[in-house]
Design a protein around this ligand. Sequence first.
Ligand code: UDP
Length: 321
Amino acid sequence: MRVLVTGGAGFIGSVTGRALRLAGHEIAILDDFSTGHDWACIGKQIFRADLRDRAGLDAAFGAFRPEAVMHFAAKAVVPESVANPGLYYDVNVVGSLRLLEAMRLVGCRKIVFSSSAAVYGTPEKSPIDEQAPQHPINPYGRTKKHFEEVLEDVRPADGLAYASLRYFNACGAAPEWHLGEIREPETHLLPIVIRATMKNQPFTVCGTDYETRDGTCVRDYVDVRDLADAHVRALERLRPGQGAAYNLGSELGTTVREVVAAVGKVLGKPVPFRDGPRRAGDPATLVASCAKARAELGWTPRRPLEESIRSVVEFLQSRGG
Ligand code: UDP
């Protein structure tokens, strides 16, 4: 299939682009390079465009004529979404609507959408399945929920086929492809802990008084290569006029302290940290049930946290630490 990967210069988009190529698909990348990287792009078909720029989108769609879109491009930093919600609605909702219009113009009727566990907000029970109530607690999560709803409305009206993939905590790297997460400033726990240990600069544990087994937040860390595999499976199973949402996680809950211990074990040295106050808007526990993705996509999360940690270390070392 010819697949246009929006956000293909970013972390999950770039790894999925490689996985798509390995699975025999032809890809082109559309990215505004606001947070993506040239070095993460493969292939010659790279379109530099903002999602909100219809002329840029139409040029890409006209030149590449995709049969499907994988839509990763988005603003995705929760505190930034609280500080600047208008920007998040503009890029994640308005930009995504423009993308749908551009798809419609060339008869492209398949989309795999990067959604998030943030659509659930603070869950009432754990693990979380796709039927759980959705009460996002920040603008980022609300923009993802909104666009999921757009897809579900457009589906019957337009014969659209979609899969909304709700990621839990994406982590890891693909050092074999020289791909991984580089963000300044880094906000995600795993790369923060690994960098802190490699550079011997303490990081802060955000909250130690949660109702969890050791007082720190429990999250579900899922390897980016497992996520890429789920995307390829979801794409290949899209059927006209059908749509579904899937949780993608490891189904294992890991506390911040357990992440610290795992990183210390892999690197063979103590992790420097200090305990700090809670971060605003952090639910105590977020763990996925992926029964639906297992049953309908034939997907299984395979890579344990230690393997993800090793892959990040290898990737960062290959880039000079
Ligand atoms: N966290 C932390 N210190 C940091 C960054 C994150 O203790 O410097 C915690 C954060 O409070 C949360 C967990 O690590 O409980 C995962 O945070 P991350 O930002 O990676 O992902 P989120 O679950 O917020 O999407």
